[in-house]
Design a protein. Structure first.
Lengths: 368, 368, 368, 368
């Protein structure tokens, strides 16, 4: 009941329900003196909002962010930053029966039991992916903080959708090209086939899953607090908080099961006076600490549960089996809209750990 | 610097270094009235301790646990439980040069930078897998709590080592047979080949990785606190705190990337008056909450970094490349000893969430 | 930088600045099924808002609360409750010089140093007592929860202002009469003199302090988590978070310094089958736990720092001494408006500890 | 049930029971490179241990501290510091009946209810003041950290016992003379009368209370995290965690109730280029932040509850009134032994906040 909070020193608190009044964020712990404008936050939210392309939900939300506190004269003040967006394009009719007729693959059934039927079921309520807008609100600030201090680059992008895998590309290419198509995949050929796979699934009343990769460059060495707040511990916790995520791996990931130590170990050498490793199977993490090599991770997203096809469900009031046809406006694939969300979540964890490691000054610049 | 703590209401605090005086645990939040004996804790620790078989490290530690507080007349008192084991069979000579000559794949390099050279490098210090003994100390109590209240069964076992995959077995079979061989794999044929793979790797001065699967039966519905303390969030955080873990997945895991919604959704039906799902791709988790279906997860462990073969490293004092030959007594494969550790970590998170969900009474039984 | 949060399981997060856009609260951890209406929250806020009587600030704020989430069909949902009020009657002109000319007795100087000049100085910014409106937002819900479950009565009232002490009254009398006058003191004679003392101070460009007493009846025994979250520990922490508080005592308080053990110990006897104590010097707290006797505490509030008289200050830019005349609209005494704030803070801590002690069911009632 | 922890970034975890095996501490968050020896910790513990003078308990404990981890080559490593002392001179016979015959003024009754009779009642168990030895273990390290970085001086001393008040002395005098007598009061005349008052009370089978004052010099400006982790909030929380404390005040404390704003406000002026205040009614705290002026606080301790005189109690098993005569070895006054405990608690909070404010470097010195 108190899981609305992410982070220890750079803290995001998220509230809201999909069809309630608003969804909002409170961001604590950003040091004073970080320049940030409403437009910067809005631009990133725009990358996440629905209704923008043929592969996403038709729900049309402007998602205009309002800043309530914590930013003064376009700088952070050092006190909590309150932000929110109103819910506007709400159509709750399709959800009338959902309170007692749980959608397969959704939180409906365990939520109904946990909250005794009092939770807001409309649009998934608190379990809606709409809450990820609040991750972006906080993530923009975290990302700006990291970029300002360390020139950190956080680059998430789609590498697989519906079984179609993209070619490997460089981080620079991913950064420059990831938003050049609707599926946010920097390989244009694969992107085209992914779009087709999504549309095909939608036509068939179905949905598809996929994988997002994230690479982070330019981080301080030693971020992370072993044992239980190691950087991979906290990062995975945050990534699994994104709806639909079912797997997370760092560096060589599940493939390490097949490697020998001599293959997996990243050996060291001096390069221009700096110690680097000649491979990066560790994904930039050793002993739960950042190594200075790029942080790499892969995140598996399931296909959206809300599909148009009839499914087997139950009527919890009548206590009998019933067929269900999910109505409403749904994404046939969450990955395109999840790209800025992954960027944000990763930034939030790294900003928190940068502060915890003592790498962030208590005031970010001289006041004029 | 404050990552020594796992859990919100059932809390483990871990301390110690591999070659220091002792490693210990403080367990807070266990309600009063849980019967527990020294022997129960010792038996589980014995499953983890080294020096027991030909596939593990030769370090011979008795790991006799001492209880310092919190258990009185063989019942928990409700106040913090202090426990520890002395470090005895310590041979620190091989570590003399490690402070400034980092082992590939180990925490040595980022730890040296983070702690400015003050951390205890002997045996990996605080980063040693020896600290997982403290997970077991707390895990035994958590497991007993869950078993007492819900008849919960937590069953971890090895399913893959060095590329050799075991056959699928039932949970009952896994529970009864997992400790029948040295690699803790309930498929005896695969187990035999895994032993051979480990011994072969050791003969070649190398090491192997693998996968542990964990299934949990008999859990209350609704454990987990969305968004950021969802059951998968907190579970993954804890699992990545085990040294050598590089990937975690729940239910269908990474395979969801290839599935369609119609394949992945677990459909509902009534079965003897209870709602069940006819498949379990969700791994018993929807919306970050337990569903009542078995919780299933898979955890990838890398091959141990400490291998006998010469590797490329650097001398941090002389600032030049140097070959490294790691000495000392090391496990050629961590998975066999990690099985009780995974059980423990899973139990700790579930006990914490059972308390947080209000499923645990404040006093466990009537006093006589 | 992350002090915006009160509580472990029933959690208030507060944001806002006195002259910013809004001040708001996020309340986590209230179980689902608590009936609550907008009017209930508004009524309590009305007791705190300024501009209502001749003894308070002339700032006229309607403080109309908006509920953004967490309440659905007039019941709590179990998910975070977002609420806020807009700042409307803002006059920031008097604060233009305050950024660099600190008011004696205010946070101006240490805040200017801590936040490097980036904090919002208008109206005290985040340090304004206006933030206590958010305590009330959360406090209403906490109080309703406690009243519903335990019939708990939380009764704060003024016992001293400007050196004038009220007669002792019964808790029932305090409850019924405390809001019958402008100073919220249930002794009408003393109240009259207190009003006069406040007006006299205002006429002289000055301000007065005083004491609020709080008595809580009908609490479960055993609330509190020794050692460091004992009920007095957490309560005092919360009370000192109210601006202007300089002293807190429980039961016999500072007077214990003069008592002998034989005088101070509250002896036991059976009374109608229940164990009671024949005195209550402990203030209902032993060993950091509630005893079942009334919880009693006294809180000292300093006279408001913002006074009309010229005071000695410094110009931080010119680095020289300068006289300061504080302008703006200020309360000559904070106690009357602080009464609902103390009620709220006390309720928040008790609700949190009731949940932590396992005294609160996870769902509060049957859904229809 | 999880109150064993103090601090966010510099964290003390305390465990143990008065007559169990041991009492111990885990200290997290001290940066690496702080020189500390076993002797430094032992010396401070010696100031607290019983059996040293005619005004304290006759229980004779050597309290030899053992360091289990976190200190290597006489420097902190940056990882958790485990420490404990064995319980040796234990005589549990007097406690046999206490489980069901609660001592007036003690935690016995609420603890018996909260823990369902499973808590260890011997010597007060977890509620014993013996646990304050763990505060000292952590406090020594915190104090050394503050002294090393800021030359901080924390000076607690007795100012009142049994109604006898000491003369005011300078901080320097308090620092040099406080340990020159058995009651730790720097006014020798008052000290003599205090000793007599304690002995007189003991002769009469009774006990006495008093007041400890604490002054802290040389602190960074801006420590504290408003609103809810303000420096006075967190400090009072920690002080009320010391057994027997019933009141806490800062600066002018309860006396502010009688002051006008013009009297209470500490006005500013430049002094040798620094802004100081010409009085210190704020006690060095404004808006919950340290101001740079000395931090001053007063703490009221009740007379010990364990007195030899017969008292009225109840038999919880027979459910009837019964007279109680408390046996065992008890302090007739806790204040002398509480002086190093207050020093320690104050240091722990300040060290935590110094880290949180970014005033502490992540590594304390160059390694050789």
């Amino acid at each position: 009941m108190a899981g609305a909070r992410l982070g220890e020193r750079f803290v995001l608190t998220s509230y809201g329900e999909s069809h309630g009044q608003a969804v909002g964020a409170v961001v604590e712990g950003c040091p004073p003196g970080l320049p940030i404008t409403l437009d910067e936050i809005q631009s990133e939210l725009d990358l996440r909002r629905p209704g923008q392309s043929k592969v996403t939900s038709a729900r049309s939300e402007l998602d205009r962010v309002e800043i309530l506190s914590g930013i003064f004269n376009n700088n952070t003040t050092g006190t909590p930053i309150g932000m929110f967006i109103w819910n506007k394009d709400v159509d709750s009719r399709p959800y009338e029966e959902l309170g007692h007729k749980p959608r397969p693959g959704h939180a409906d059934l365990p939520a109904w039991i946990k909250y005794g039927g009092f939770n807001d079921p409309r649009g998934g309520g608190y379990f809606s992916a709409r809450l990820t807008a609040t991750f972006v609100m906080g993530g923009v600030i975290a990302r700006k903080l990291l970029a300002t201090l360390f020139d950190t680059k956080i680059v998430s992008y789609v590498t697989e959708i519906g079984g179609i895998r993209a070619e490997d590309v460089s981080v620079d290419r991913a950064l420059s090209d990831r938003y050049s198509n609707e599926v946010r995949c920097p390989d244009p050929d694969a992107a085209e086939r992914m779009v087709e796979a999504i549309l095909q699934a939608r036509r068939e009343g179905d949905s598809v899953g996929g994988i997002i990769q994230c690479v982070v460059q330019n981080l301080p060495v030693g971020l992370g607090e072993p044992i239980f707040s190691s950087i991979d511990s906290d990062m995975s916790r945050a990534l699994f908080s994104i709806p639909a995520v079912k797997g997370v791996e760092f560096g060589a990931g599940f493939n390490v099961a097949k490697l020998r130590g001599s293959e997996n170990n990243d050996q060291y050498e001096y390069h221009d006076g700096l110690v680097i490793s000649t491979s990066n199977n560790s994904g930039g993490i050793l002993g739960g600490l950042t190594t200075g090599m790029p942080l790499t991770m892969r995140i598996a997203f399931k296909p959206p549960s809300s599909i148009a096809r009839p499914q087997k469900s139950v009527n919890l009031l009548l206590k009998k089996d019933e067929e269900l046809v999910v109505r409403g406006r749904h994404d046939p694939c969450v990955l395109p809209r999840a790209v800025p969300v992954v960027d944000s979540i990763v930034a939030l964890i790294l900003a928190d750990h940068a502060i915890r490691a003592g790498s962030v000054p208590p005031v970010l610049k001289e006041t004029k």
